[in-house]
Design a protein around this ligand. Structure first.
Ligand SMILES: NC(=O)c1ccc[n+]([C@@H]2O[C@H](COP(=O)([O-])OP(=O)(O)OC[C@H]3O[C@@H](n4cnc5c(N)ncnc54)[C@H](OP(=O)(O)O)[C@@H]3O)[C@@H](O)[C@H]2O)c1
Length: 327
């Protein structure tokens, strides 16, 4: 069946300006880390992207290594793009990243110019794109000079293979230095992609302030703590959840068990606010204006719709915020 996007897709959400740039992003973006690999149901992946775009989500986030197997999320996205989204290329912000292990040998990971630029070429080929909107350094490389990695990002833009560049998982000091180098090169850093959720607040220790100062936006990943900040693990670990999925080694059942009491307490606060826990977790990361977009994952369209339905919630009271901190 051919796909025709909903004609009212731009009436549903307000877009946020990314730092001091000209680019606006949806308050919720979709990441393809899980549920888009060769091990997943292709038609379900496709339906989720339709659902997202139909509801105004214009940003899809990828990386070279998403799958499994690595590369397959980009390949599957490429198929969906060719089938359904090619006429809408100018309405989409598509990002990819290089930094983690992707191929054998000394040039298959980290931050060398050699790796970054060949990885970008491979990503474009897998996705069938001429350019990505945002190309990220996925993680800082302790051994490669920052000048070299930032120089590769600058080259990506100058060669027309990326429109903007971003940094992910950079700590405040290295982020500040990278931003300075990029500015000198004439390719300003658009965005930082760090992990941030009610359960993981490391960015509050300097990074968010640095982002405000430099005018760089933030898109925060795993705002639902990979699903722990939802109502799915309140009583047990369901068989169809990420924690129970053998293809998802990054969320262990033990981690889920350890947070269950906290999550139950947070769920009570969400109910009083009239939100699902997942909705409250998203409202919570978006309460800081530095955060341009919450980058979620989903295993089915209903989860995306649930998140979107919570975007209009009232701001947090001081009492609610301290109850969340207490939990
Ligand atoms: N830059 C980096 O280093 C980095 C690292 C990690 C992720 N990311 C990016 O961030 C994206 C999101 O990461 P994430 O998948 O960990 O995010 P997340 O939003 O914290 O977790 C997503 C999971 O939460 C569950 N979920 C989502 N909505 C729900 C709802 N309404 N009700 C109940 N459960 C719900 C689903 O779990 P089930 O699958 O169990 O249903 C879903 O797979 C990735 O796809 C990737 O693009 C970047």
């Amino acid at each position: 069946m051919s796909y025709l996007p909903a004609s009212d897709r731009y009436t549903k959400i307000d877009y946020n300006r990314c730092g001091r740039s000209g680019l606006k992003l949806p308050p919720v973006s979709i990441g393809l880390w899980h549920n888009f690999g060769d091990v997943d149901d292709f038609e379900n992946s496709r339906e989720m992207l339709h659902c997202a775009f139909d509801n105004g989500i214009t940003h899809f986030d990828l990386a070279n290594n998403y799958g499994p197997p690595p590369g397959s999320a980009e390949r599957n996205f490429g198929k969906i793009f060719a089938q359904d989204f090619r006429p809408y290329r100018d309405e989409l912000i598509i990002s990819t990243k290089a930094g983690y292990h992707m191929w054998e040998g000394p040039y298959g990971e980290w931050g060398s110019r050699k790796y970054m630029l060949s990885s970008l070429d491979q990503s474009l080929q897998r996705m069938g794109l001429d350019y990505v909107d945002i190309f990220y350094s996925h993680r800082p490389d302790p051994e490669t000079p920052l000048e070299e990695t930032m120089g590769a990002l600058d080259t990506a833009v100058r060669s027309g293979k990326a429109l903007y560049v971003g940094l992910s998982n950079y700590r405040p000091t290295e982020f500040k230095e990278a931003v300075r180098i990029l500015r000198e090169l004439g390719t300003p850093c658009l965005i930082h992609q760090p992990r941030y959720s009610i359960l993981d607040r490391w960015v509050e220790d300097g990074l968010l302030d640095e982002l405000d100062e430099t005018g760089v936006g933030a898109i925060v990943f795993s705002p639902l703590a990979q699903g722990m900040l939802t109502n799915k693990y309140l009583t047990e670990i369901p068989a169809d959840s990420r924690a129970a999925d053998v293809n998802s080694p990054f969320l262990q059942e033990a981690q889920v068990q350890q947070t269950m009491n906290t999550v139950r307490a947070l769920n009570e606060i969400a109910l009083v606010r009239g939100q699902s826990l997942a909705q409250m977790a998203i409202s919570w990361v978006l309460r800081r204006s530095t955060v341009t977009s919450a980058l979620i994952g989903a295993s089915r369209s209903a989860q995306i719709l649930d998140i979107l339905a919570g975007l209009e919630a009232a701001p947090f009271s001081d009492e609610e915020l301290s109850a969340i901190d207490h939990a």
